[in-house]
Design a protein around this ligand. Structure first.
Ligand code: NDP
Ligand code: HSE
Length: 450
């Protein structure tokens, strides 16, 4: 039984709501304010204490006042929130790594816990921020930073803590998955689908972060750190988005029994850690290949548990708010715990992190889809297969299209077994030099995920 003084302390805390300051009431901020208001009684019963947003900072004060219905103080200057002595937790939902970083560092220095959905900030400056928080004895919680409403951070950091994690592969950007699904299912063009994703609140302030794979790489970087106990190292991630993808390849992939998804992949290998984002062929029969629209899914392979799959809404106001509020509740429960007994920010104790190298892309091993446009002449196929054999690349499947009527050229598509990227680079250079091959070879990576 706890001593009487501890009871008194807890009772006092039970009665006093924890006070929260919100920085940025845009898509996610507005969702967070609304869900916290709507479910406040249920949340209080879970947290053991009320959680109240008492101050909101936003550049658009007028809009912020409308969204908060006069229920809290609204200011234009976010510094007033992070400096306010009554605020216990600061939620940063501004985004980017300019003012957001300054404000988070200031909040930490002022002894406030921080909740953020800002994966860009954590992927680039996480090591510095977590160190500052550790030194100051405060928490940074970031469930919403990866896969929106899916509690993947909690799963990796706590639920799978018994496992040596082997690999993670995820559809972790809602905007690009939405674009690919719309293009495939409705025949909508890329630009229209992107505009729809922006209108629905899925896209980043700068949508090139989504379509060029940068946002997914931010999230993969964070997951790699938590899965393998390594520092966040966004600068070493290989990043390729969906802007170069052609509708032809989506169709050929389907004909071969695959679907193309933008995957974030991180894998432990004997030589180091793979950390990469790129369009990927996945067998159509896999559950993850059937994740459509703005939905996200993360497949995690642990040595004890085997494969586990997490699925849900990866973007949008309320799904993301769900993760932000889960962090608020976690912090509320742990705020009075001794800092040494809290869950470490990156799952592993700070002094137990290992600097395992991130492998360059040339050292990564995977399967490949290769499409080449060739002259319809005898011997072309033999030349290509000889080059692949010389590079020790074995062919798994092949598709040769009949030339269209009146055409002298056609497409050959090959799927390879697993091989090192540097072998494929060398083979592609030789194939492109053949006089019978027209233009560039299209290369898309392929993962069986078995
Ligand atoms: P929004 O752009 O919708 O919201 C950002 C808000 O912050 C805006 O209201 C903006 O005001 C305000 N703001 C900008 N600068 C300041 C400042 N200096 N002081 C105070 N307020 C400021 O972004 P989202 O809500 O979409 O995203 C917020 C964060 O959540 C980002 O880090 C994003 O990556 C992340 N995230 C977003 C998801 C989503 O589905 N949207 C999902 C998961 C994470 P103004 O509009 O006037 O510029
Ligand atoms: N722009 C991001 C996406 C928001 O589309 O997934 C969620 O992180």
């Amino acid at each position: 039984m706890a001593p009487a003084s501890a009871h008194a302390f807890r009772n006092d805390k039970m009665m006093k709501p924890i006070k929260v300051g919100l920085l940025g009431i845009g898509t996610v901020g507005a969702g967070t304010f609304e869900v916290l208001r709507r479910n406040q009684e249920e949340i209080r019963r879970r947290a053991g204490r009320g959680i109240e947003i008492v101050m909101v900072a936003d550049l658009n004060v007028e809009r912020a006042r409308e969204l908060t219905h006069g229920q809290c103080e609204v200011v234009a200057d976010a510094n007033l929130v992070v400096d306010h002595p009554d605020i216990d937790i600061v939620i940063e939902l501004i985004g980017g790594y300019g003012i957001a970083k300054t404000l988070v560092m200031k909040a930490i220095a002022n002894g406030k816990h921080v909740v953020t959905a800002n994966k860009a900030l954590l992927a680039l400056h996480g090591n510095e921020l977590f160190k500052a928080a550790q030194d100051r004895g405060v928490m940074i919680a970031f469930e919403a930073a990866v896969a929106g409403g899916i509690p993947i951070i909690k799963a990796l950091r706590e639920g799978l803590t018994a496992n040596r994690i082997q690999w993670i592969a995820g559809i972790i950007n809602g905007t690009t998955n939405f674009i690919l699904s719309e293009m495939r299912d409705k025949g909508i063009d890329f630009d229209t689908a992107l505009k729809d994703a922006q209108r629905l609140g899925y896209a980043e302030a700068d949508p090139t972060f989504d379509i060029e794979g940068i946002d997914a790489a931010h999230k993969a970087t964070i997951m790699a750190a938590i899965a393998f106990g390594i520092p966040v190292q966004f600068e070493r991630a290989y990043v390729e988005g969906i802007t170069q993808l052609q509708a032809t390849d989506l169709r050929y992939a389907e004909q071969l029994g695959y679907r193309i998804k933008l995957l974030g992949i991180t894998r432990r290998t004997p030589k180091g850690i793979e950390l990469r984002v790129h369009p990927t062929l996945i067998p159509s029969s896999r559950l993850i290949a059937n994740v459509e629209g703005a939905m996200n899914a993360v497949l995690v392979q642990g040595d004890a548990v085997g494969a586990t799959l997490y699925y849900g809404k990866g973007a949008g106001a309320e799904p993301t708010a769900s993760a932000v509020i889960a962090d608020l509740v976690d912090i509320t429960r742990l705020a009075t715990a001794d800092p040494e007994h809290r869950v470490p920010h990156l799952a592993f104790q700070p002094d137990a992190m290992i600097d395992t190298p991130i492998l360059p892309m040339s050292e990564v091993t995977t399967g490949y889809y290769l499409r080449m446009h060739v002259a319809d002449k005898l011997g072309v196929l033999a030349d290509v297969t000889r080059i692949l054999a010389d590079s020790t690349i074995s062919i798994d499947a092949m598709l040769q299209k009949e030339p269209a009527e009146g055409e002298q050229q056609t497409d050959i598509i090959m799927l390879t077994h697993q091989t090192q990227e540097k072998n494929v680079d060398a083979a592609i250079a030789r194939i492109e030099a053949l006089p019978t091959v027209v233009g560039k070879v299209t290369r898309i990576r392929l993962e069986e995920l078995s």
